[in-house]
Every structure is written in C-alpha cells, then in structure tokens.
Design a protein. Structure first.
Length: 482
C-alpha cells in the first residue's frame, strides 16, 4: 500500500496520512475530534442521529425535516397523504431508520433467523449494462421479503389466505442461520466465530435461474457520510496500489461504477463494495431497492418485467412521476450528509494508547488510513476543509475466500470489499445488543471482525493473533475508542 508521509495538519493539507505511533507528537494528532469541527460528544444514550456540531443554525430545521422523513414509515398507495405513500409494492423495510437503528449498524439475525437489517443481493455471472451486476431475470438484483398486500401483512393469522388474490406477493421468505466454528490463537485460546447460512423459501414468482448468485449486505452506520463525500478523489487514487508495486501484499483498488445522473463512469466510494458514486445516488438507491420508492434518480418501480402484478400495482407518484420528489430527496440526502461523528472515548487510557501503537505495528493502518482533509468546495460549507479521522482508504481489497460471495459489482470481484470506516465502531453495542460487523453482520465484536480478515488482511490478522492476550485487548480497546 502506497501511503503519503505524515505532515502538519492545515486547511491546505489534503494528503491522506496513516500515522505511526513513533510519529505522534500529541494526542491531538490522533484525531480526538474525528469529524473535525463537525464532531459531537454523545450523551448516556448514544445515537448517530445528531447534527454536525458546526451545522449553521439556519440549516438545522432542514436537518430535522430530513430526519423525520427518514424515521417515519412509508405506506402503500393510494392513500390520503401523497407525501409518504408509494411503499413497495414489494420491499424490505418501511423506513430508513428501521434498519439503521439510531443511525448505527443494523441488528443481525436472532434465533428466529429473521434479519431485518440484512439484504439479499442477486445476480447472474458476468457484467450487465455499464459493467454492473446482471439481474436475476425474475427477481432482479435484490430479494424483497415483504409486500403491501393484505395477505402478507396478515400472514400467520387466521383468515389471511382469504386475501391471496389481493395485492402483490412478497418475493420470498428469507432467514439466516448461524453456523459456529472456532478460531484457535497461537497461545491456545479459542474464539467462537459464526458464519451465515442463507435460507430462501416460499418464492412468490417461481424458481430462480439455476446460476443465481446470492450475497448478504448488512446495514452499516450513517455517521460521517457527508465528510467521506468530501474526501478528494485524488487522495483516494493516491492510496491505490492495484499491482502491489511496493510488495507489501496490500493492493487497494478504486471501483469504477456507473453514475445514473451524469450517465458516465465514476469512482465509487459508498456501499460495501464501493459501488455507488455519490451520497445522493446511494440514498436514492436505498429508497428504491429497500422501500420500493421511485425518485428523480431511480424513477422505476422495484418490479421486473416478469412480475406483471407488481408492475400493475398502484404507485404513489406525484405530478412529476416520483414517489420521492426532488425536494424530499434533497432533504434526506442533506440529513444523512450532516449526521455528526462522535468524539473519541477514553483517549488517555493507557490501554488505548498501547493499542494505538499496536494498530499500526500489525499493519491495520495499511488499509484503515487515519487522516484526510475534506475539500474546500464541499456542497455543504460546514463539511468543507475539515481534518477528519475515519480510518478507511475507501478502496477495494481482496478479503479472501471465506468472506467472498462470488458476486461481481462493476470492477469489484466477489472477494473484494471496501475498507469500512472505523469511527464510531466502539459505540455499536451501545445502540443495541445484537449488532453485526462486516458486510454480512457475522461478526458480533470487533475482535471477531479482525479475526475474519483474510486475503490482503491475512498478514495483519496473523500478527494480531500472535500478540499476547493483553496486547490483543489493547488493540481492540483502541478501535473501540475511535
């Protein structure tokens, strides 16, 4: 991995820096305010739904309006309100924050196998239009386990079958079961891991193509999305080393993806495979794919050509032909962009300081790059020229066969995933107990997430595993402090 050398932070310094412990002159150099002036201190009931600390007062009503839109459930069309109707008719969730609990990571599957915050992506081998995934002919690119039909809403209750002919069937029943395994450290201690086993049944529209590939996508946290949008594309490109020219075994790549708004290929930075070019497209894609809501970015309904009843269902389109108008979409995008990053916790703790040095020593910083300065011309002034510490390079990395789902996504292979930012990771369990880390929610703790690393992350994982127990705990403590 090619890394820029560290230097003093200033408004003119935009080079990304992965700073080693020997170069740290003060705690402030390690990002006590990871979101710069946008950082907030959280109270006893943490939530990632607070506005950036430096958000201008005149913009705060817009932030809370966007928050309300993201919180309130959408309903089926037609309805007496035309501001929130148009859900589905097939969908995954009724609202954005139904999956992003308190703006954080989603809850993973419990004993019943239900995973409200985990999506099932579908595709066939090869590349579709503009290099994207090839949709499954009947079910498209995402499986929708819910429907606005009365028979689905009343499922499991007496008399529900009387409504089978009303509305649109859900696409399938989806459940995740966990298969346990153990990781044995060199010192002989064991860590229980779990891997997901996907169960898909009750297909509502007939069998899938026998060549279908399925991949799980677990809900990530929303904090700092607008700041990540402000990282200069040149800084990300500078970190890429696709041919591993420095021979360190780490070869991050930029994903090149289709931007539906500019009708051109752009560098991707959002999504678990960096498959979205902008925060606006990411939000619009979630509205469309997860809730079945059309917008100026994605004006179509979430039905394939082989689902005529779905296509014929009533929609909630306004006079311009959208269920989410341009004004509502802009409000939701600005809300997500302005969600604050939390201040670091216990940065002076001796264990955290020791873990900080170990984080760099074992090679975590090769991909989880610490520091950037956002661009001066950010669309939202309060997010411009901010020194931020997200701990990500926003690049694709091969994470080995056990984390692979074999689904290509533009230039991302089935084994590649975008480095997730680490800010706020230590607060995940404070949002809810059943948190999930990694792309499919399999890791229940930061330690499990580290141990699942393979491929380009294997060397760092092995160095972590070789540490003494107290040192492993110190490194995890550092990540929890971010």
């Amino acid at each position: 991995m090619l890394l820029a050398c560290p230097g003093p932070a200033s408004e003119t310094d935009s080079a990304p820096v992965a700073e080693g412990s020997a170069q740290v002159q003060s705690l402030e150099a390690w990002g006590l305010r990871p979101g710069g002036e946008a950082t907030v201190a959280l109270g006893p009931s943490p939530s990632f739904l607070l506005p950036a600390a430096n958000l201008e007062p005149q913009r705060k009503p817009d932030f809370y309006a966007g928050k309300a839109l993201s919180t309130q459930p959408w309903i089926r069309a037609p309805a007496t309100t035309d501001a929130r109707d148009g859900l589905g008719p097939i969908y995954h969730a009724r609202s954005c924050l139904a999956c992003h609990v308190k703006g954080g990571r989603g809850q993973s599957a419990g004993d019943d196998g239900l995973a409200p915050a985990t999506l099932v992506r579908l595709s066939l081998p090869g590349r579709g239009p503009h290099g994207g995934p090839v949709p499954e002919p009947v079910y498209g690119t995402q499986l929708q386990p819910k429907s606005t039909s009365l028979s689905h809403q009343l499922r499991g209750r007496a008399g529900a079958d009387a409504y089978d002919d009303e509305g649109v069937p859900a696409e399938a029943d989806v459940r995740i079961r966990w298969k346990a395994r153990s990781f044995i450290y060199p010192d002989g201690s064991a860590l229980e891991l779990r891997a997901p086993e996907l169960e898909v049944s009750s297909l509502g529209y007939g069998p899938m193509d026998p060549g279908v590939r399925m991949g799980l996508r677990h809900t990530p946290a929303l904090a700092g999305m607008g700041l990540l949008a402000g990282v200069d594309a040149a800084d990300i490109e500078r970190l890429a080393d696709p041919e591993d020219l420095d021979g360190d075994g780490v070869s991050g790549r930029v994903n090149r993806v289709w931007d539906p708004e500019s009708a051109s290929m752009k560098p991707g930075r959002f999504g678990l495979k960096a498959n979205q070019p902008s925060l606006r497209v990411q939000v619009a894609a979630a509205l469309n794919g997860d809730m079945g809501l059309s917008s100026p970015v994605f004006p179509e309904q979430p039905c394939s050509a082989n689902q005529p009843r779905c296509l014929a269902a009533p929609d909630g389109n306004d006079a311009d032909g959208f269920e989410v108008s341009e004004a509502l979409l802009a409000s939701m995008v600005d809300f997500v962009a302005s969600i604050a990053v939390p201040k670091r916790r216990k940065p002076h703790d001796p264990m955290v300081l020791r873990g900080q040095a170990l984080f760099d020593a074992v090679g975590c910083a090769d991909c989880h790059v610490a520091r950037y300065v956002t661009v001066r011309n950010h669309a939202l002034p309060h997010l411009a020229s901010q020194e931020i510490w997200p701990y990500t390079d926003l690049l694709l990395h091969d994470m080995g066969p056990e984390l692979a789902d074999d689904r290509e996504d533009f230039e991302a292979t089935g084994r590649e995933w975008r480095t997730p930012p680490l800010w706020g990771a230590g607060l995940a369990r404070a949002m809810h107990a059943r948190v999930g880390f990694l792309h499919d929610g399999r890791a229940r703790t930061i330690e499990e997430a580290v141990v699942w690393h393979d491929g380009e992350g294997r060397a760092s994982r092995d160095r972590f595993a070789a540490l003494e127990l107290d040192d492993r705990r110190a490194l995890v403590a550092f990540v929890r402090s971010l």
